[in-house]
Design a protein around this ligand. Structure first.
Ligand SMILES: CC(C)(COP(=O)(O)OP(=O)(O)OC[C@H]1O[C@@H](n2cnc3c(N)ncnc32)[C@H](O)[C@@H]1OP(=O)(O)O)[C@@H](O)C(=O)NCCC(=O)NCCS
Length: 201
């Protein structure tokens, strides 16, 4: 990718040509401006354009701590989780910010400048990683977006080399089995519930 290009959602901005452009409100939930020296510049490093059902979908692998998504995308991420997950509703923007900082891999999917998918992973980088909060908006489900998000997470440096990757799912085991995950007969999931919340994803 041209380092002077900045990928935001499914559109590109040539930073050599412009040092100040507005990010469409529908992509971020916030009207804002940015300049060539702000955190967006190195955020969207590995986007890949995927044509799905005729609509371009961009899978974005975020930099460590996802600075751009935290700066400009918290409202739209909150909206995606509120509307399309059952376990991650009503999370505050402040808590989502902390969540992104504490995740070693963060992937988002964009179509028509809208956030349509998300997933993240925590990892020790060598032995264990866990996938969390994989979600695709209802109108984009069944088009391969979820698969691409999980594949992108599994290929991230923090996850790619670990010995085992875990996840918890309530009703999407079949989706993950298609991607190589298997149920465990020998291990139990134990839970210490500290803060009231909904069930796992
Ligand atoms: C589960 C979810 C992430 C899958 O994303 P998606 O974009 O709809 O899935 P894809 O289109 O990439 O599907 C990939 C394959 O998995 C299959 N699949 C998708 N969801 C499935 C499910 N719940 N059970 C079994 N198979 C499933 C698809 O049929 C497809 O198979 P194919 O390649 O043979 O056609 C998405 O449906 C979603 O966000 N659901 C609501 C939130 C949720 O439950 N998330 C899981 C949290 S653990």
């Amino acid at each position: 990718m041209n380092p002077k290009e900045l990928l935001v959602g499914d559109f590109q901005i040539d930073m050599a040509r412009s040092t100040q452009r507005s990010l469409p409100e529908q992509a971020t939930g916030m009207a804002t401006h940015f300049t060539s020296d702000d955190p967006w510049q190195d955020e969207w490093s590995e986007g890949q354009r995927q044509g799905i059902g005729g609509t371009p979908v961009r899978i974005v692998c975020h930099r460590a701590r996802a600075p751009g998504l935290r700066l400009l995308g918290l409202a739209t991420l909150k909206r995606l989780l509120d509307n399309h997950s059952f376990w991650a509703q009503a999370r505050s923007r402040a808590d989502l910010n902390r969540m992104l900082v504490g995740s070693q891999a963060v992937v988002s999917a964009w179509s028509n400048r809208q956030l349509i998918g998300f997933g993240r992973a925590t990892s020790d980088g060598i032995y264990r990683a866990v996938l969390w909060d994989v979600v695709v908006s209802g109108d984009h489900q069944g088009q391969g977006v979820g698969r691409r998000i999980v594949e992108a997470l599994l290929s991230r440096p923090a996850v790619a080399g670990v010995e085992r990757v875990y996840l918890m799912t309530t009703n999407s085991a079949g989706f993950y089995q298609q991607l190589g995950f298997q149920g465990s007969e020998t291990q139990h999931l134990l839970l210490l519930q500290r803060v009231s919340g909904r069930s796992s994803g």
